[in-house]
Write a protein that binds this ligand. Structure first.
Ligand SMILES: O=C(O)c1cc(C(=O)O)c2c(n1)C(=O)C(=O)c1cc(C(=O)O)[nH]c1-2
Length: 591
């Protein structure tokens, strides 16, 4: 059974003295959390205080931007660890430290939730979920919690949505969303908007039919479920000649939300199985952005980035909601650096989603052109994977960028994209029947081959784009490393990112891309960074803990180029919190 544990249980080293007897501690820590917890209202989610980071990307527009500026380009060299916390868990740590008025919530693989004092690093409580023994985990990770009222919500790898009391970590309800034995799982942070807790499900590699579901935060009852593959009689169903029941379009990254339009924008995954000729047609709404009304789940618009996907190019990263200046007017835009290697700008509105522009941001040899009106790409068919053949294409199946989110700074008006350049891949199409709960790929997952373009000197590349003019302004290149680093921009004109295989976490100058600060962590950093303020001090927080597909790519690179890519990146999850040197806690005086 799921359990919630106090600070002395749950696989962490118990404190030598009970918390209530520790010096300076008046009450057990869970009670302290209760005393201080500020309820999370719709108003606060729409307009969060600068000191807090209340949701996956901090704000509904998905910009990943903190307005805090105490740490800035002049003093970032003085950033030192304030505290750290070892999670005791291996594999990919990807969740942002979510902070509400001095209380931090992180998640780890296996959907553990840990509450910490954001100033001191004291453990407040830990929630551990008992996972079924027969659970296979293709992507053993979790991308964080959603807060609402005095509850928090977490989506689990055995496909439950769980509500916890944010003050104590006690489980309030746990609802089964889908059956893990049929290949369904969840890795994303839920999105709370319009009074609903929304989740989507993973399982594209198992031939699931993707969906977004809305839940009532009080009762845990499902209010609606909208499938990303339309069924018979629904618009879009005609884009499937066969295979819609197992057509993919899974959702594994949190959507963004426009409160004025009352629409949530979700990115959808690859079509299943991988080979497009196994399911002729455009295959709506796979590899798309879909606009949903959170009240009823009805689809109010979509745009498909590329049709009949054959490259495993999930377009699950939700587009960033940005006001973009184009041709003398302000466009309420959706901006999406796609896994397909193109940077897409779309216009959002009550009537739907309109194509504006699409330009490549990495080397891409598949698209031969883009329809200027609709944005529909045309393909070089020789570069489209198919059954009974081996096909090479660029970028690789992990795309120009995979899930690590881009960030936007409204101060510099630049979009920061964690890209992988010069990386190509090959897929060999094999015939396969669907068996519930088993991989349904029409390719061998062990045969995924990567190649670095001849003569290329780098792969990872942090790019800054002036999106008004579709112009790359600067880029920072990483030799001998891929990039799996979620990006955060701040009001101090800094860009924070890890993501390289050398364990560094770095701060870049937002204006020119110079590295101003870097620190070595325990493992590779694939966590979403966040920033917050407590008692007048700004902190930068991130989880280090390498794994999942960052490691799969490392293995594939080590196969392709053993001289330059070693297999080993150390494992293990740690939350790191940094502050300016003079602001960290005073050290004990020697007597
Ligand atoms: O199709 C899916 O349902 C699905 C799910 C996930 C996931 O839930 O993490 C990934 C992918 N696909 C995927 O294609 C992918 O490259 C990927 C990388 C990662 C990761 O955690 O690094 N997850 C996933």
């Amino acid at each position: 059974q799921p359990q919630s544990t106090g600070p002395s249980a749950g696989g962490v080293a118990p404190p030598s003295t009970p918390p209530s007897q520790q010096p300076g501690t008046q009450a057990p820590r869970a009670e302290q959390a209760e005393r201080r917890f500020t309820p999370v209202t719709d108003q606060r989610l729409r307009n969060p205080e600068p000191r807090n980071w209340l949701m996956y990307r901090r704000t509904y527009d998905g910009q990943g931007y903190s307005p805090l500026d105490q740490i800035n380009t002049n003093n970032v060299q003085d950033l030192v660890p304030a505290w750290s916390f070892s999670t005791g868990v291996n594999e990919g740590h990807q969740a942002p430290p979510i902070v509400n008025d001095g209380i931090m919530y992180i998640t780890t693989p296996q959907a553990q939730v840990i509450a910490l004092d954001a100033k001191t690093g004291d453990l407040l409580w830990r929630y551990k979920r008992q996972l079924p023994e027969d659970l296979t985990q293709l992507h053993p990770t979790n991308r964080g919690v959603a807060l609402y009222g005095d509850r928090l919500f977490v989506a689990t790898v055995d496909c439950f949505l769980v509500a916890l009391d944010a003050k104590t970590g006690k489980e309030i309800w746990a609802e089964q969303v889908e059956d893990y034995q049929k290949g369904h799982y969840m890795t994303l942070a839920p999105l709370v908007a319009g009074g609903k807790v929304m989740v989507g499900g993973s399982g594209g590699e198992y031939g699931v039919r993707g969906y977004v579901a809305g839940y009532d935060p009080d009762s845990g009852k499902q209010a609606w479920r909208t499938f990303m593959i339309p069924g018979p009689g629904e618009p879009g169903h005609e884009t499937w000649q066969k295979g819609w029941e197992t057509g993919g379009g899974s959702i594994w990254i949190t959507g963004h939300y426009d409160p004025e339009l009352n629409l949530a924008y979700w990115g959808t995954g690859n079509a299943a199985p991988w080979m497009g000729d196994a399911r002729p047609g455009d295959n709506l709404y796979t590899t798309s952005v879909v606009a949903l009304n959170p009240n009823d789940g009805k689809i109010r618009g979509h745009h498909q980035y590329h049709h009949n996907d054959s490259w495993d190019w999930d377009e699950v990263s939700a587009p960033l909601l940005i006001d973009v200046q184009r041709d003398g007017r302000t466009i309420k835009a959706l901006v999406h650096p796609g896994r397909n290697g193109y940077l897409w700008t779309l216009e959002r509105g009550q009537e739907g989603i309109r194509f504006v522009s699409g330009v490549p941001y990495v080397n891409q040899d598949v698209f031969t052109g883009i329809d200027p009106k609709t944005g529909r790409p045309s393909y070089n068919e020789a570069r489209k994977p198919r059954l009974d053949a081996k096909v090479d294409f660029c970028p690789s199946l992990w795309g120009g960028k995979d899930w690590p989110p881009a960030a936007y700074s409204p101060r510099t008006r630049l979009l920061f994209v964690p890209a992988n350049e010069n990386l190509c891949g090959a897929l060999t199409g094999i015939r396969m029947d669907y068996v519930p709960g088993q991989l349904f790929l029409t390719a061998g997952i062990e045969d995924i081959a990567l190649s670095v373009r001849p003569g290329a000197t780098h792969i990872g590349e942090l790019q800054a784009w002036d999106i008004a003019n579709n112009r790359k302004v600067w880029s920072h290149k990483f030799e001998k490393s891929q990039l799996w680093g979620p990006v955060m921009a701040t009001g101090g004109d800094l860009v924070f990112m890890g993501g390289t295989n050398d364990r560094y976490f770095r701060a870049f100058d937002a204006k020119d891309g110079r590295v101003l600060w870097q620190v070595r962590t325990n493992s590779g950093v694939t966590g979403v960074p966040s920033s917050y303020e407590v008692d007048g001090t700004q902190y930068i927080a991130v989880q280090s803990g390498w794994g999942v597909d960052a490691q799969r790519m490392q293995d594939a690179l080590a196969n392709a180029d053993p001289a330059n890519y070693k297999r080993d990146v150390p494992q293990g999850g740690v939350v790191w919190v940094y502050a300016l040197r003079q602001r960290t806690q005073p050290q004990p005086q020697r007597r």
